[in-house]
Write a protein that binds this ligand. Structure first.
Ligand code: F6P
Length: 341
């Protein structure tokens, strides 16, 4: 038996922990061969792969990024690319594939499953926006990084009596903003799920500054003004049709300063949220996902994704996971709002 493993989409702390766990379970428990596909689906188009041994995965648990490399390649639309994927799966004698990725990578995995190839998915994204699982690994690390940044911004904001706008990742959903905003004591949190009015926000900040002399505003890159579209960094689209977000923080900081008359600064945390070592929580979750993904292959539980539900690792249908994004639970937002102003 030989299994393939690939990591696709944006990188995320914990990917190496998954690869390590997949190798351990497959080699030590089942005596299977493991082959690593380089750079996500691109590796199956171009035929780039490497055998994975216990030696390959030794010492990688704490390392960020992915030793296999990643890309945002979509082989589904292009017939030639799709037939190359099938060709290389056959050429490498891969009996089953473990695809570690977000909604895009998992939607390609679903297509492969629908075409009759045995696939198991592992949900990955710092955004925590995949349906079917309580959490994705990488999210806890991103929240810790943002919380630390907010703590640091607090002291400088307070000293200079400024408003600090912090732009964080979160394309479709504001999970990172809401969790780190609660943890960091944000005075306003703007997320894609709750379009905002600029005047309301500025009035809220002005009112706060009658008693306090600084504020922290956390904004998801995907947050929108009521009735308006996303603010984009670039119109250019990736292979899955996503435009490049980022820029809402700049607009917000400028307008807040103009409308409130209070000095305002912007911090865009960007890819620092995705880099570096995973937290202990993410290492454990990624390890559990990796081990149970191999167990799902053993049980022939294909077309599924491993998922965390009420502390247990289960499997859910890939169809269910990629149907739509998981948006922020408004119970969290309601708790965050209590501390605004
Ligand atoms: O997919 C997760 C994510 O972190 C999004 O929040 C963000 O829009 C995107 O990745 C940016 O990724 P990249 O710059 O690698 O295309």
């Amino acid at each position: 038996m030989r299994i393939g493993v690939l990591t696709g989409g944006g990188d995320c702390p914990g990917l190496n922990a998954v690869i390590r766990a997949v190798a351990r379970r497959a080699i030590k428990t089942y005596d299977w061969d493991v082959i690593g596909i380089k750079n996500g689906w691109q590796g199956l188009i171009k035929g780039h792969s490497e055998p994975i041994s216990l030696y390959t995965v030794s010492g990688i648990l704490h390392r960020g990024g992915t030793l296999l490399g990643t890309s945002r390649t979509n082989p589904v639309e292009d017939r030639d690319a799709w037939s190359k994927v099938k060709h290389h799966l056959k050429k490498y004698s891969i009996d089953a594939l473990i695809a570690v990725g977000g909604e895009d990578t998992l939607s390609v995995a679903l297509k492969l499953h629908q075409d009759g190839f045995p696939v198991v998915g592992v949900p990955k994204t710092i955004d925590n926006d995949i349906r079917g699982t309580d959490f994705t690994f990488g999210f806890n690390t991103a929240v810790s990084i943002v919380t630390e940044a907010i703590d640091r911004l607090h002291t400088t904001a307070e000293s200079h009596h400024r408003i600090m706008v912090v732009e964080v990742m979160g394309r479709h959903s504001g999970w990172i903003a809401v969790h780190s905003g609660i943890a960091g004591g944000a005075d306003a949190i703007l997320i894609p799920e709750v379009p905002f009015e600029m005047d309301d926000l500025c009035n809220q900040l002005k009112k706060r500054h009658e008693n306090k002399n600084f504020s922290i505003v956390v904004v998801s890159e995907g947050a929108k003004l009521k009735g308006e579209e996303h603010i984009l960094q670039s119109e250019k689209k990736d292979a899955f049709g996503h435009v490049r977000l980022g820029g809402v923080g700049r607009v917000l900081a400028d307008v807040i300063e103009e409308k409130t008359g209070i000095e305002t600064r912007l911090t865009v945390l960007g890819h620092t949220q995705r880099g570096g070592s995973p937290t202990a929580y993410d290492r454990i979750l990624a390890t559990r996902f990796g081990v149970r993904a191999v167990d799902a292959v053993k049980k022939k539980d294909f077309g599924k994704m491993v998922a965390l539900r009420a502390e247990k690792i289960i499997t859910v249908k890939l169809e269910e996971a990629v149907l739509k994004n998981k948006v922020v639970d408004m119970d969290f937002y309601e708790i965050a709002e209590l501390f605004f102003g």
